[in-house]
Write a new protein. Structure first.
Length: 202
């Protein structure tokens, strides 16, 4: 009888611990989601109000898929150092990460199709830019004054708009992939270290 009672108590303790763990996970997720102002109708993150250095953008908020990072959503945030953008996001709007001085690394999914004007403008700590498969257009001034040492552009990109990489003074070489059909005015203007550009037949 005593053994049975002990076993029951142990089982109850395990179940309670599991419940607490689940509750903690739910509370943590809710706390993270609370850092974002979110428009459910447009599925857009309107503003990030957190102070985390490493930000993992949730794929859903309140059960709704996050598809767009809105205009100025992260702009002038001095805390962010890295950002991970989930597969659900397809659009990064104008000035989304403008003037984030400590942002050094961005992980974009293959599903991002549109990168807006001035989206990473004046992100002076951004050392590496990887434009992943799926993106079609790199917007005007998208990476202006970003000081990137390396830039990798996906073959899905069709257009590099005006001044997209202007004033990246650390950039020394770049390969323009097959598929790019338009490089607009000043796309690589004032890239003072740029000594080699490889162009495709397209």
């Amino acid at each position: 009888m005593k053994l049975k009672r002990v076993l029951c108590m142990a089982l109850a303790a395990v179940m309670a611990a599991g419940s607490l763990g689940t509750l903690d996970a739910v509370n943590t997720k809710a706390a993270v989601e609370d850092e974002f102002e979110f428009d459910k109708d447009t599925k857009t993150i309107v503003k990030y109000n957190g102070t985390q250095s490493n930000v993992e953008i949730p794929s859903t908020i309140d059960g709704v898929n996050v598809t767009t990072i809105g205009e100025d959503a992260f702009s002038s945030n001095e805390y962010i150092e890295t950002v991970e953008i989930p597969d659900s996001v397809t659009t990064i709007e104008n000035e989304a990460f403008l003037n984030c001085p400590n942002l050094g690394y961005v992980e974009m999914s293959d599903n991002v199709k549109s990168l807006g004007r001035l989206s990473f403008f004046m992100c002076e700590s951004l050392e590496s830019i990887k434009v992943k498969s799926g993106l079609v257009c790199i917007g005007t001034n998208a990476f202006y004054d970003s000081y990137a040492e390396t830039v990798e552009i996906s073959s899905t990109v069709k257009t590099i708009e005006d001044y997209a990489f202007t004033y990246n003074t650390n950039l020394n070489s770049i390969v323009i992939p097959e598929g790019v059909i338009s490089i607009d005015e000043g796309a690589f203007l004032l890239c003072s270290s740029l000594t080699e550009i490889s162009f495709p037949d397209s």
